[in-house]
Design a protein around this ligand. Structure first.
Ligand SMILES: *Cc1c(COP(=O)(O)O)cnc(C)c1O
Length: 462
């Protein structure tokens, strides 16, 4: 008799201790909400959203260990013990000796950009991130995308689409000179490419190249543990290393890093910068006092820093990161069953719908991804986010619209928040919108803010 092979599933390494009710709404109710919000999912009231996949930023469920830490907040203006606990953990997990807390990631980007960038400088990076590029350009720099070409192709299954193309970087160095490049800005996984990681081999190569030219290498380490997970499961030689070991090795190649703690660290607010560069540290420590607060709290309460310190300990647990990325993968596999056009490979924090393929009859000026995000909300109250022409904004020098190759809707997974049943409901709603896609007409922008327009732009239905 042939032996029956029984499939063995995995499940989350936690159980639910507290619940938060969510509102079920009707289609006519959502039609009114969407219209009032100018068909921009950022302008919806969260109370009118059923399953909220707008972002994984600050939307995390904290553990009982983190909540217990909140009660141990030392709210001293100077020298809070939570600051020292957090600093110890930053040293331990990122391997950086110096640390400055900030209220969130973009505040660290602001300070680093101001310290490092002179007007007329160039900052190469592996695809832009909205707030990162904005601060680099406000400081007078010009962002230059040096990610590998594969990253701009939604269907390409390269396992490390977040890699920097060394040739593109060398060409830029030749063209503008190393003196005009204060640092290379490397993020992983790359959000705007669909949550795609870089490999350790690529990082080492870029490190060598920047060393050769005397250029610093800085790390947007906001989702670094997700990148470490992909290195562990995809890159030869790392299968037996722990997430903590891989994270430490990654950080060892950088001069400094910044983090939005609202992602990997599983808290609701917080950020920091950390570096091995004493000069940058001294300046940052001084500057944070102007913009955020004293260097031992950086705009945060003591209890927030304690939750971050504890989140750091949890973020490197393999089962935790596996369950997170596993949920994203489950969602992708379910959507595939309905032939929904997706970005490949599935990202670490989100599934990205390819809006150009989903709505091929809409030109980019009709905002296909913005339209698709609003149609999904109308169908089921599920909220996603546009990552296409609206997010790309206008060129800072010519003022013209940028036309990114990728026109995506991002469905982002808050950590430890939704169950598999929520994912099933969301998948079926997207399948329904896909079924009815030919009837969808597109949007017209009727209000455009000057900075980061995707947050507040308003649209009308055509
Ligand atoms: C969220 C994020 C930021 C900005 O951090 P905030 O905490 O939102 O200010 C910067 N870089 C990346 C990669 C991010 O995901």
């Amino acid at each position: 008799m042939a032996k029956k092979i029984i499939k063995r599933s995995w499940a989350e390494p936690f159980k639910i201790k507290m619940v938060e009710p969510i509102k079920m709404t009707t289609r006519p109710y959502r039609e009114k909400c969407a219209k009032d919000a100018g068909y921009n999912t950022f302008l919806l009231k969260s109370d009118d959203v059923y399953i909220d996949l707008l972002t994984d930023s600050g939307t995390n469920a904290m553990s009982d260990y983190q909540w217990a830490g909140m009660m141990l907040g030392d709210e001293a203006y100077a020298g809070s013990k939570n600051f020292y606990h957090l600093w110890d953990n930053v040293k331990k997990y990122y391997g950086m000796p110096y640390f400055v807390p900030t209220h969130q990631g973009r505040a660290a980007e602001h300070i680093i950009s101001k310290i490092m960038i002179q007007p007329g400088d160039f900052i190469p990076g592996n695809m832009y991130f909205t707030t990162t590029r904005e601060h680099q350009e406000l400081a007078g720099g010009k962002f230059v995308d040096v990610i590998i070409d594969e990253a701009h192709d939604a269907q390409n299954t390269h396992p490390f689409k977040g890699n920097i193309d060394p040739k593109k970087l060398e060409d830029l160095i030749k063209k503008v000179g190393a003196k005009k490049i204060p640092y290379v800005s490397m993020a992983g996984p790359v959000n705007m490419a669909g949550g795609q990681p870089f490999s350790m081999a690529n990082l080492k190569e870029i490190y060598k190249l920047t060393q050769k030219h005397g250029i610093k290498l800085w790390f947007d380490a906001t989702r670094a543990t997700e990148n470490a997970y992909f290195i562990k499961v995809r890159e030869k030689g790392y299968e037996n290393k722990t997430i903590a070991q891989i994270l430490k090795e990654m950080c060892s190649y950088f001069d400094g890093l910044w983090v939005s703690a609202k992602k990997d660290l599983m808290v609701n607010i917080g950020g920091f910068l950390a570096t091995r560069n004493k000069h940058v540290y001294e300046e940052a420590r001084n500057m944070v006092v102007i913009y955020e607060g004293l260097h031992t709290y950086g705009g945060l309460a003591g209890r927030d820093m304690e939750a971050m310190a504890r989140g750091l300990e949890e973020m490197v647990e393999f089962d935790n990161i596996k369950a997170r990325i596993g949920q994203v993968e489950y969602c992708g596999k379910q959507l595939e069953k309905y032939n929904i056009p997706l970005v490949y490979p599935f990202g670490g924090h989100a599934i990205f719908l390819d809006a150009k393929k989903f709505l091929p009859h809409l030109k980019q000026d009709l905002f296909p991804a913005q339209t698709l995000a609003s149609e999904i909300y109308l169908d089921s109250g599920v909220r996603g986010m546009e990552r296409g022409i609206v997010s790309a904004g206008r060129d800072s020098q010519t003022g013209k619209n940028r036309y990114p190759k990728l026109e995506l809707v991002r469905l982002t997974f808050p950590r430890r928040v939704y169950t598999q049943a929520h994912i099933d409901v969301m998948v079926e709603s997207i399948a329904q919108v896909y079924e009815d896609r030919k009837k969808i007409k597109g949007l017209k922008m009727v209000f455009e803010p000057k900075h980061l327009r995707f947050f507040q732009a308003r649209f009308k239905k055509i």
